[in-house]
Ligand binder design. Structure first.
Ligand SMILES: *[C@@H]1O[C@H](CO)[C@@H](O)[C@H](O)[C@H]1NC(C)=O
Ligand SMILES: *[C@@H]1O[C@H](CO)[C@@H](O)[C@H](O)[C@H]1NC(C)=O
Length: 295
């Protein structure tokens, strides 16, 4: 009896202590928490293929305060998902409700649409800029051949701009090089050729360039290598204020969106190439030993 009474006196104190511990704990990411239905798929029965157009020109599409540009099929054995690459405001506690509308081929090659709540996450490095890179992830049912996705404010709401899903199923390359966005009307053709040719000697088989701005001579070189299947060019006209020379106003994202560009490149190529390296145009990998054979 004595023990019991003591416990009931202590009980409220314990509750208060637990409450304080909870207050000071790092609570999980709100944006993931507040959408409990990110693994619930809605069949959008009132949508038909007439409701959508696939945008193939790598433009940025806006939804509320978020912009997105590409989507990649992530072949995760346990839970495959579509990773959409975009940018979102850096402000603390930023949250926006987004639904992924996924188009997939069902039996008889018929296109159908399902909708699922997106999981939104800022890329960790933003250097105090107004925008950060963003991963917008959409879980998908296993074996669903999702070929296009668009983001919307409501599930099954009418949307017009779908983007194609990049889906590499096999590693066909050994060594791919991701290059930081070309900017300030990049014009140094000699440096560009040197960089490509030197890396080719080291075994690079694919270069992925992001085009914020280039001059016409650089365009010719890039297109020449593209014809040979060595270069891929991804348009990267990021829709927020970037660095200018001379500096006019504060850029809204760090260095032409370098982080979302390199993340895009990594995810696009991780399932296509055994090795992926990030390189600037003035950076070279120098082997310290003689390498024979292949990497
Ligand atoms: C489908 O139905 C939902 C819910 O009734 C509605 O919000 C949405 O706008 C409809 N979509 C189309 C494409 O008509
Ligand atoms: C890079 O972007 C500029 C500006 O839109 C465009 O004029 C140019 O043709 C693009 N270059 C390549 C190689 O795609």
């Amino acid at each position: 009896m004595r023990y019991k009474r003591k416990f009931w006196i202590k009980f409220p104190i314990i509750i208060v202590i637990i409450f304080y511990i909870m207050l000071f704990c790092n609570l999980p990411d709100i944006s993931i928490q507040s959408l409990a239905n990110w693994n619930t798929f809605y069949q959008c029965s009132n949508m038909s293929t007439q409701d959508f157009t696939i945008i193939n020109d790598e433009r940025w599409i806006r939804i509320g305060n978020v912009f997105y540009t590409s989507a990649i099929y992530m072949h995760d054995e346990k839970q495959p998902y579509i990773r959409v690459i975009g940018i979102q405001p850096t402000s603390k506690g930023f949250f926006q409700k987004i639904f992924c509308q996924l188009w997939y081929k069902s039996t008889g090659n018929e296109a159908k649409s399902i909708s699922v709540a997106a999981i939104l996450r800022a890329m960790p490095e933003h250097r105090e800029r107004r925008y950060s890179g963003s991963y917008i992830d959409c879980l998908i049912p296993k074996n669903a051949e999702v070929f296009a996705v668009s983001l919307a404010g409501e599930q099954c709401s009418k949307h017009l701009n779908s983007i194609p899903v990049v889906n590499h199923k096999q590693r066909t390359k050994q060594y791919a090089v991701c290059v930081t966005p070309l900017n300030y009307k990049y014009s140094n053709v000699h440096q560009l050729v040197e960089m490509i040719e030197f890396n080719k000697i080291l075994g690079a088989e694919l270069f992925i360039f992001y085009n914020h701005s280039t001059n016409s001579n650089v365009d010719k070189i890039l297109k020449y290598y593209r014809q040979q299947g060595l270069v891929e060019i991804i348009q990267w006209h990021i829709p927020v204020k970037v660095d200018t020379w001379p500096q006019k106003s504060k850029p809204e994202i760090h260095y032409f969106g370098q982080l979302p560009a390199l993340n895009d490149c990594l995810h696009r190529n991780a399932q296509r190439s055994t090795y992926v390296v990030f390189q600037d145009l003035d950076e070279f990998i120098i082997p310290r030993k003689v390498i024979t054979g292949t990497i």
